[in-house]
Design a protein around this ligand. Structure first.
Ligand code: NAD
Length: 250
């Protein structure tokens, strides 16, 4: 059984981490970028770039507020809860995520590194005052587009847009270098530099498990590939670990 292979690898590692992408949140109703129903099948990635935000903040917010709206009705799914449980059990030490939806924290994960920021927060590009995204969406609904700070600066989401540096990558790479197992979940592994995380774990002697619905760009470095849905595989792993613990203690 594939679940058992994952469990064996988790139990024989001392510093495992998870690395997640948009695919872990599709079961929560948030579309990924490159899967069969991905966002880039409908929209151009250029809409989520810093160049576009600077050129046309109103047009940027028309697109981005659509993405944000989907977020506020989304709830964590069994895959998010399973990773939170694995952290609680001490079987993974951190979740490094490319996602900007905040669902790992909602599910109870504590040590989460959001490589690409979060859609739940915005800030002023002039004075850096922070705003909750709900408030900004309400203001856009009332016709304030682009939304502006009291200082007059234009407000933007606290996410890394295309064309901007991934400022938490160094911290994440340090964690990856110390890790002996990475559980990659729901990522095409095509976004640089985030995809350096599994590569670094491998380079430093660790093992790589990929749980993804389709092929990824780094299947060749994987020690184990599970071509299945995250929300099916991860709860199965947790359930099986809990069963084994129960049997041992009874
Ligand atoms: P991606 O769209 O490039 O790849 C997602 C992968 O997940 C695909 O290969 C797809 O086959 C797989 N997948 C889809 N549903 C799955 C499921 N239920 N179980 C297992 N696998 C599944 O996404 P990426 O690799 O994360 O990179 C794209 C960028 O997308 C990231 O930078 C991220 O910031 C951004 N993004 C985030 C969200 C979010 O926060 N939820 C949503 C869309 C895009």
């Amino acid at each position: 059984m594939e679940c058992n292979k994952i469990i064996e690898m988790l139990l024989t590692s001392v510093n495992a981490i998870a690395f997640t992408g948009a695919g872990i949140s599709t079961a929560s109703g948030i579309p990924d970028f490159r899967g069969p129903n991905g966002l880039w099948k409908k929209y151009s990635p250029e809409l989520a770039s810093i160049e576009y935000f600077k050129k046309d903040p109103k047009g940027f917010w028309e697109f981005y507020s659509l993405r944000m709206r989907g977020l506020f009705t989304a709830k964590p799914n069994p895959a998010h809860y399973a990773l939170a449980k694995l952290e609680k059990l001490g079987l993974i030490k951190a979740v490094i995520t490319q996602n900007i939806d905040g669902l790992h924290q909602m599910a109870g994960s504590k040590n989460v590194i959001e490589l690409h920021g979060t859609m739940r927060r915005c800030y002023c590009t002039n004075c850096f005052k922070e705003y909750k995204s709900e408030e900004i969406l309400e203001r856009i609904d009332k016709g304030e587009n682009p939304p502006k700070c009291s200082c007059g600066g234009i407000i933007r989401p606290d996410v890394v847009l295309f064309g901007e540096p991934v400022y938490r990558i160094h911290e994440a790479l340090e964690i990856a270098r110390e890790s002996d197992l990475v559980l990659v979940v729901g990522s095409s592994l095509s976004v640089y530099p985030a995809n350096l995380i599994p590569l670094t774990v491998k380079e430093y002697g660790g093992r790589v498990i990929i749980i993804n619905a389709e092929e990824t760009e780094m299947d060749h470095i994987a020690d184990l590939i599970i071509r299945d849905k995250a929300e099916v595989v991860l709860p199965c792993v947790v359930e099986e670990i809990e069963n084994q613990t129960l049997h041992r203690s009874s």
